[in-house]
Design a protein around this ligand. Sequence first.
Ligand code: MN
Length: 389
Amino acid sequence: MKLNHTHDPAARSWVASANGHADFPIQNLPYAMFGKKGEYLHWRAGVAIGDQVLDLTALHGQQLLSGLEAAALEVAAGPSQKVLGLNAFMASGPQTWTALRHALFALLSADAPAATQAAVQACLVPQADAVYRLPVNLHNYTDFYTSIHHARNVGRIARPDADPLTPNFQWLPIAYHGRASSVVISGTPFHRPMGQALPPGAKAPVYGPCARLDFELEMGIYIGQGNDLGQPVPLERAEDQIFGMCLLNDWSARDHQFWEMAPLGPFLGKNFCTSVSPWIVTLEALAPFRVPAVERPAPEPQPLPYLDSEHNRTLGGLDVQLAVGIESAQHRAQGLAASEISRTSFRHQYWTVAQMVTQHTVGGCNLQSGDLLGTGTISGPTPDQSGAI
Ligand code: MN
């Protein structure tokens, strides 16, 4: 993904709140499915700009675009979204995604003609008035395990007598197939899970409420067009399969998880709830944040040829800054901001997003448009960079 004029840090929008906005400047333009508070089930696609949401259905009605740009908006905001969310737009592929990004950038640019600004202004909804749903109709969710620092931390707790790293970790991005039905939009409440746990030193498990609830700081990857059954996605085409990325919290009941997961992997310890952010940042918007993949000095194993390329080594990583805060009932009662307990970057992840897509499909598994891949807990090298308790 090459840099282009939509990444120019000097670009400004006529939407004043976008200029200097920490999350939603004109260079970002992430997608969500949103509605207005108090409205009944009228979900539509939107793009964040400053403290506003650009309503793509309303914009579609303004008929400001032509050619490929109009076709791209039709896919994102036309009738199919009512049933499919953003799935149809994700299935339309990188050319269409780029066409719409560049069209929206022009419409929102400070250079846009006054008549254009007035027409687009009528399509803005304050984020303060917006509510969100899952951006896609989610059929499949897979969670990877790609932070070597997290894997070592977990290994020391779960298998104190063994090598903290399992022998496969440095050879392939490992994962388990998760539960799509319990993936929810951020802020959705969930019940404290019941289940079995084996208390320390006990001979038999006890049944009860989770006593060791944990979070997992992750990013999520939304799949674009998908691949046919039996047609693996080679590494050089893997990034074309990624529509964009979100934030993801893989809630984990550690006491249940550690008792149940040998030998088949996570089950009830993970399937009660997974939260995702409403906003999806496109891979194109992340282009300025590309960095080299994690170095693997000898004698560390090097990736096998199907998981290795010059592009992946030099630009496969993403320097996305991430932080975790805990906001308790006491914080809220006292009017305090969340307490930050961790701060790290996605650049420390041992395997890249492209390697995850290729590994998922190398055996012939078909990814489908709108599928969600969790990256696995994102922990950096030091304890204050841990993405889980
Ligand atoms: Mn996880």
